[in-house]
Design a protein. Structure first.
Length: 468
């Protein structure tokens, strides 16, 4: 019996299959490579929810770190985006992306596993937590840039919307249940021991990537490799696109203040509100619930509001709700914290769904690594500064007053989008941009304008650009 390269029956036998099975094979769920990637990333994002809570709690509860020291921990985690962000894009464009992702997963697994070992031996220190945060950041830079560049080639441009949507739903569902489970694990086993869960999840992700059978083509190498020139090409692509510039501005501003918020939020809830780890986990789930709502409603909102309008409107409506968070108090006042997180997270997910889609479809494949690295350098590069800003403001003003400053910055982040060409863009109609701004973007390679400006209905673990 003859078979196709994927091992499926060929010829008449293939045509005799059940119609439902044939229909499945034409969808993303029939793509075995994507199913394995999706499974691995779903497990990984669930595991990573443990570290999100366990890292600051290990510093605060086990090592009695100060507010400023917790802020430095956040800074250490994102410093790699500033130090190696741009050259990473060049290296990713020169190599196959899947081996990079596997190596990054294994590096992060080994690093996280060192924390419970040190804790069991009585050797855990803040210095080790800083080192773990730095190495985790390096692994995340390589994984994220490779991941965002690998996905279009794996599923094809026609399935990019659906694949991003499914991955975003996994992220959001993990954020709903993850904090509660994380709080339980930390409460039962202690924060350092809970790191085992995330280490195991990275191993599962690496194994899932190894199991993908789709062959990845080796990228073409430049005749005379020049790191500086190749970095410059990626930078020019981003800065010469008016919409990309404004998206980068809004996202980097949002991430600056969201990172500052993340640096002091646990300290605020523990020391000002008096919550334990399990309660913090439950309360933080409000952000994840908002993320689920945003992930499931993003496509509907895009169709109702318009694929260009929804990029700026999603943040404009949701970001000011951050001002509810400093009103948090014990008892019923916790609803202010939950409502603020819910609205911010839902808006961020809708925003990420659409702006990441715009970027992936606009960029030529040969530049995907550098474009994604440049955007990550700009929009995540503010996070180390945000961590320092949060710790400094918390130490100087006190946690609640610092939250007023930080949430005001979050509320103002959409201003970039309100003065951008997006306000003049109506929608994507068929294969073309409609509206006065349709001529803003010139094709960047031999593809037609129709190909470059095709449908923008996609979403963008870890891999969304604004971090809720």
């Amino acid at each position: 019996m003859s078979k196709t390269r994927s091992g499926e029956p060929a010829g008449p036998l293939r045509r005799l299959r059940d119609p439902a099975q044939r229909k499945l094979e034409g969808t993303l769920l029939g793509h075995s490579g994507f199913r394995r990637l999706w499974f691995g990333q779903t497990v990984s994002v669930f595991g990573s929810q443990v570290t999100v809570l366990a890292l600051p709690l290990a510093a605060v509860l086990v090592l009695h770190a100060s507010t400023f020291q917790v802020g430095l921990l956040t800074t250490a985690g994102y410093a790699a985006f500033l130090v190696i962000g741009l050259p990473t894009g060049v290296w990713v464009d020169r190599m196959r992306r899947r081996p990079i992702m596997i190596s990054a997963d294994l590096l992060r697994a080994v690093t996280l596993a060192s924390v419970p070992v040190a804790y069991a031996l009585g050797l855990l220190t803040l210095a080790q937590l800083y080192a773990v945060a730095v190495v985790q950041g390096v692994g995340t830079v390589f994984f994220d840039v490779a991941y965002m560049s690998y996905l279009p080639g794996l599923v094809g441009r026609d399935h990019l919307v659906e694949s991003n949507a499914k991955l975003q739903v996994s992220q959001s569902v993990a954020e709903v249940s993850g904090p509660t489970v994380s709080g339980f694990l930390i409460g039962v086993f202690s924060a350092p021991v809970a790191f085992v869960a995330d280490a195991a999840s990275f191993v599962v992700s690496a194994c899932s990537l190894l199991a993908i059978g789709d062959r990845e083509e080796r990228p073409e190498h430049p005749d005379a490799p020049n790191l500086r020139a190749e970095i410059g090409e990626g930078l020019r692509f981003v800065v010469t696109q008016p919409v990309l510039r404004m998206i980068a501005g809004a996202t980097s501003t949002g991430n600056l203040f969201l990172s500052a918020f993340g640096a002091i939020s646990v300290v605020f809830l523990v020391r000002q509100i008096g919550l334990d780890a399990a309660t913090i986990g439950i309360l933080t789930s409000a952000a994840a619930i908002g993320g689920v709502v945003g992930a499931f409603s993003a496509t509907w909102l895009r169709r109702r509001v318009g694929s260009a309008r929804i990029i700026w409107l999603s943040l404009t409506v949701s970001a000011p709700c951050a001002l509810l968070i400093p009103l948090t108090s014990p008892g019923s006042g916790l609803l202010c914290y939950a409502a603020g997180l819910f609205m911010i997270s839902s808006g961020i997910i809708v925003y990420n769904v659409n702006q990441a889609s715009f970027r992936q479809l606009l960029c030529p494949p040969r530049l995907l690594g550098r474009m994604n690295a440049t955007m990550r350098f700009i929009v995540w590069g503010t996070m180390p500064v945000g961590g320092l800003l949060g710790g400094t403001l918390g130490t100087w003003l006190g946690d609640r007053s610092a939250l007023w400053v930080i949430t005001s910055g979050i509320a103002l982040s959409p201003v970039w989008l309100l003065v951008s060409p997006l306000r003049r863009m109506h929608d994507v109609s068929g294969d073309r941009l409609s509206g006065p701004a349709a001529s803003l973007h010139e094709p960047q390679d031999e593809r037609s304008e129709d190909q470059l400006h095709g449908e923008l209905h996609l979403p963008a673990r870890h891999h969304d650009d604004v971090r809720p």
